[in-house]
Write a protein that binds this ligand. Structure first.
Ligand code: SF4
Length: 262
């Protein structure tokens, strides 16, 4: 049975193997600090329609096309969210569509992709989802739309770059050249280029994860800034002299035979 990995999983593993163990091996859910994702989903869905349903025989859409695509995704939103989302789309149109001589058809929009990676006897399945994928001169550019209020570099970006490069090479036989984050509230675009170091780092993390999966005592706590936000601090020997036992609802530790050698 292949073991699932993703950028989110690897990010948590890198920050602290023990918190990864609590979350993914023992199934303890973290408390989410995020609000309703309805607005973000609606804006993503509208941008999907903008690119997917546009007739590319014509050079660029007008703002009316954006408005049509937006209106079909606003039924479940509150009035202030409808205004908020429309402001983001208008800004996007002004910065990234209106100045173009013609709109280029992306290679894909809002797609799930899957790949695999093998370390010794272990097979990992990598799943990812992208907002938009474009061809650029020397490879692929991944576009990620952000509807968050803060424009801050995502802490998992290095892992994302390496992992998506692995995935896209398997799916499209092309290397990932860069990842661009478009912050829809401000219209800002931040681009990260993929380097050989990113590719090595993802592989190294997956290899380390394979070692932890083999040996239960490899899920070590790693003290750091992340401890202040960790939902598992009360179970952690680094934080508590006498840590609480895991709740009875926690999954039993996995038997190693679930990861069958190939
Ligand atoms: S409190 Fe810190 S060391 Fe302990 S599990 Fe959480 S992140 Fe890891």
């Amino acid at each position: 049975m292949a073991y699932p990995i993703s950028a989110t999983r690897l990010k948590l593993y890198k920050s602290c193997p023990q918190s990864y163990y609590f979350r993914y091996e023992r199934g303890l859910k973290e408390q989410s600090a995020f609000g309703s994702p309805a607005l973000g989903k609606a804006v993503h869905a509208a941008l999907k329609d903008v690119y997917e349903q546009w007739n590319y025989a014509y050079p660029i859409p007008n703002l009316e096309w954006f408005s049509q695509c937006w209106q079909s995704h606003t039924v479940d939103l509150k009035a202030n969210q409808v205004d908020d989302g429309w402001r983001m789309l208008q800004k996007y149109y002004e910065r990234y569509v209106e100045p173009l001589p013609m709109l280029r058809k992306p290679l894909g929009v809002e797609k799930s992709i899957k790949g695999s990676f093998r370390v010794g006897y272990y097979e990992f399945v990598i799943r990812g989802q992208y907002d938009r994928l474009d061809y650029v001169e020397d490879g692929l550019e991944l576009i990620d739309y952000k509807t968050t209020k803060l424009v801050s570099p995502p802490d998992a970006v290095d892992i994302q770059l390496g992992l998506y490069d692995l995935l896209l090479k398997q799916t499209y036989q092309q290397a990932l050249h860069k990842l661009s984050l478009i912050y829809l509230r401000t219209g800002e675009k931040v681009t990260y280029e993929v380097t050989p170091e990113h590719r090595k780092e993802s592989k190294r993390l997956i290899e380390k994860l394979a070692v932890s999966l083999q040996k239960e005592d490899e899920w070590r706590p790693k003290k750091g800034e992340q401890c202040a936000r960790c939902s598992y601090a009360r179970y952690c020997s680094e934080m508590e002299e006498v840590p609480e036992p895991l709740p009875v609802t926690a999954r039993k530790p996995k038997e190693m035979q679930l990861l069958l050698p190939f």
